[in-house]
Design a protein around this ligand. Structure first.
Ligand code: MIG
Length: 750
């Protein structure tokens, strides 16, 4: 590839190898993370996902063999052959990941005559069986390898045999399993092998391609149109360790404000003060807890961001403070596109300062979104981020509680942005081709930093587009799904893979965004969706309204039951967020994360775990009133009936319309709270511990749920222990916050 090795040099934890045609750097970051960097495009090694220096002082050995170098850390062995083939082994010498040596042979090619034939009917035909990219890497696949991650891609949990692309895309059609890309680009995947596991983070923001054995069962490939070959090999003894290492590198979700874990109601089309007042009243009337109402683009004046429509919202400030008195926070949408209009401050200021993306000739680049002709803030420029962030006082002064960033792929109505539009990469000019996939990331960063400064609270941001590392700044939703059973089903692997890819605080539009929901679909969606960290019912203008009281008493009662269930479980969700901040482990987890040796969970698409203790098997089939549930090892208890089940077996369980099958692991100490109409309705509620038979320990976290005081020690941490003897030992391991008025212990099946 690069010719023969001429020589190499070693400087601290970086080894530079000089081949005839190319120099390459191998850097040891930790004993489990090794970076391979081939500076095809720039010698400057920078990352948009990784912030700060992640190199830990790590002892390693390097020795020369006949045909290459062998680099050894405590956990990994990396063989770098003189022809630049690289293989990774674990410390026991088990091969984890080898560069592919064979010839690339596409399993499937179409004959020219056939292509011409089927094109007649207007079919699009993918003629290339195998593709080469300017930057690429081909690695060996082995029998049994399963591949997870890659963010929000559609389809099944295990990505083996599928191919994907990373190019943040707003595609209005119903999301199909066959889609190659969606809104987010997270070039990280985990390969689970029969005898090991590893992760690869391919840190390249250009359009990138992943073919996980679709081309040929013997290998997989990743590559891009441009940029450097820059990937991190991530080792670890288990899937959770891989996720922890990946989030060590790219960052973790900071603890959110507690209310953000409550219920959110949204709809594109809520367009007046009366609508919002009425919604708040209806939630009270129907006794459905609610913490947030979302203001979609209809609140703006002619879709101009940083404005309010004064006709339909005569006094936004009073509206928002009246809502707040009822415990309801406002979340406002902000799109990046700024309307081209003289006299409009955001436009004029941005033009004056040169804050918008430009064409090659230096003029401001104009496309169109909701407000008509619009320009794109250049969020890769720190000054632009600061400017945007400071302007958020427009919202925070009114009492807005969170910002919802939409259309930040970025979307455009007048055709795609050309790749050569000029955007900034921190301190240098770059292109749309390089910055497209991080546009949403940088917008989120601007929003996070702005809100943090303005409010001192933990910023609450929702984004549609993102890149690896965005979890440091923002939560995310999965964009425009539809009211389809297939989309309810897809929500499970999608959220699981987002979680494995570092994005923990995620959710789907409950009930479905496009198309029209049905009473049954809405019910099954709330039953599954009440376990999504981002718990929001949202739908599109023009589609059927989805407020829970529109479908009769039965639906309303079931809906309330699951919103209430969520509120009783808030201490558990909050603990999971704390755990995520510390370890990167997501809230929603595929079973394979904790039971990787159980082959029966590797392709399980319709169950998930919430943390380690709850297993959820929602009904995702129209008409079903029973479903098959697989329980992994151990003993599990039906949450509703407390019946015990032995794991490693399949069961057919009852699931009438009002029942979402939920199982609790033996030895669980589940922290719960009384139902409140919104978080904080009761300032200091008691803690309820629901103790399941078996032995177990549980770490519980408590703080003010709002600001950063916890970083100065203002929190309590408890350790609970049960030995199945009807007793719970409670130890306070950190003390720095007000006590619970009471801790109530409820034993299950005592
Ligand atoms: O092109 O703001 O995904 O949640 O309601 C539509 C209107 C623009 C797309 C978002 C959706 C939102 C809608 N937006």
């Amino acid at each position: 590839m690069f010719g023969a090795l001429i020589n190499y040099e070693q400087k601290e934890q970086t080894i530079t190898l000089h081949y005839e045609k190319q120099s390459v750097q191998i850097q040891v970051l930790t004993n489990q993370i090794i970076n391979v960097f081939v500076p095809f495009r720039t010698a400057d090694h920078r990352s948009k996902a990784i912030e700060g220096n992640k190199e830990c002082p790590t002892a390693y050995k390097l020795h020369r063999t006949e045909d290459g170098l062998v680099l050894t850390t405590d956990s990994l062995i990396c063989k770098i052959y003189d022809n630049f083939l690289i293989d990774f082994y674990n410390a026991d010498g088990v091969l984890l990941c080898a560069d592919y040596r064979g010839k690339r042979i596409p399993r499937f090619t179409l004959q020219e005559s056939f292509i011409a034939f089927i094109k007649q009917e207007g079919h699009e035909v993918d003629t290339a069986g195998s593709r080469d990219y300017p930057v690429q890497c081909v690695k060996q696949l082995e029998k049994g390898d399963c591949i997870y991650g890659l963010g929000d891609k559609t389809g099944v949990l295990n990505k083996r045999y599928y191919e994907y692309e990373n190019w943040n895309s707003d595609i209005p059609d119903p999301h199909e399993d066959s889609f190659k890309s969606l809104y987010k680009s997270i070039p990280f995947f985990i390969t689970l092998k029969e005898n090991g596991v590893y992760g690869i983070f391919y840190d390249n923001t250009f359009k990138s391609y992943f073919n996980f054995g679709k081309e040929n069962d013997a290998y997989y490939s990743f590559g891009s149109d441009d940029g450097n070959l820059d990937y991190y090999f991530i080792g670890g003894n288990s899937m959770p360790e891989i996720v922890t290492n990946y989030t060590y590198l790219t960052g973790r979700m900071p603890l959110p404000q507690k209310w953000t874990l409550g219920y959110h109601q949204s709809r594109w089309g809520y367009d007046s003060e009366e609508t919002f007042r009425d919604l708040a009243a209806k939630f009270k009337e129907h006794r459905i807890p609610c913490d947030a109402l979302h203001f979609d683009i209809d609140y703006m004046e002619r879709y101009k961001v940083f404005t309010w429509n004064k006709e339909r919202f005569t006094d936004a400030h009073t509206l928002l403070s009246d809502l707040k008195k009822q415990g309801i926070k406002a979340v406002t949408i902000i799109d990046p596109g700024v309307k081209v209009e003289e006299g409009y401050p955001m436009y004029e200021e941005g033009i004056k300062e040169g804050y918008f993306a430009k064409t090659e000739d230096g003029s401001v680049y104009v496309n169109a979104v909701w407000p008509g002709d619009a320009v794109y803030p250049d969020f890769g420029d720190p000054d632009v981020r600061k400017w945007w962030g400071e302007h958020l006082n427009f919202y925070t002064d009114l009492g807005v509680g969170g910002i919802w960033n939409d259309m930040n792929e970025p979307a455009s109505f007048n055709g795609p942005l050309p790749n050569d539009v000029i955007f900034t990469d921190e301190d240098k000019a770059s292109t749309h081709g390089e910055m497209h996939n991080v546009y949403g990331h940088n917008m989120a960063k601007a929003t996070y930093e702005g809100l943090k400064k303005l409010t001192g609270k933990r910023p609450f941001i929702i984004t549609r587009a993102c890149y690896s590392g965005s979890q440091k700044y923002t939560t995310a939703w999965t964009g425009d799904n539809q009211s389809l059973w297939t989309h309810l089903r897809m929500a499970i692997p999608q959220q699981c893979n987002l979680g494995l890819s570092g994005m923990s605080f995620v959710g789907t539009d409950i009930g479905g965004f496009g198309a029209d929901t049905t009473p049954e679909l809405l019910v099954r969606w709330i039953e599954a969706g009440c376990f999504s960290p981002l718990f929001r019912n949202h739908c599109a203008k023009g589609s059927m309204n989805q407020e829970p009281w529109l479908f009769g008493d039965e639906v309303l009662a079931i809906y309330r039951k699951y919103v209430e269930l969520r509120y009783t479980l808030l201490p558990y969700f909050y603990d999971l967020c704390r755990e995520c901040e510390q370890t990167g482990l997501p809230v929603i987890r595929p079973l394979v994360l904790h039971y990787e040796n159980d082959t029966r969970v590797r392709n399980l698409n319709d169950e998930f775990l919430v943390g380690e203790h709850l297993l959820i098997a929602p009904v995702v089939e129209q008409g079903a009133v029973k479903r098959m549930v697989y329980l992994p090892e151990g003993v599990w208890y039906d949450y509703w009936t407390h019946e015990a089940y032995q794991g490693r077996q399949y069961y057919l369980v009852d699931a009438p319309l009002d029942k979402c099958p939920i199982f609790v692991k033996a030895g669980t100490i589940l922290p719960k709270a009384p139902v409140q109409m919104y978080v904080g309705e009761t300032p200091n509620p008691p803690l309820i511990l629901e103790v399941y038979p078996g032995t177990g320990t549980y770490k519980h976290y408590q703080d003010n749920g709002e600001d950063f005081a916890y970083r100065n020690g203002e929190y309590n941490e408890y350790l609970f222990r049960t030995e199945g003897k009807g007793e719970v030992k409670i130890t306070k391991v950190h003390e720095g916050y007000a006590e619970y008025p009471e801790i109530i212990v409820n034993h299950i099946n005592k």
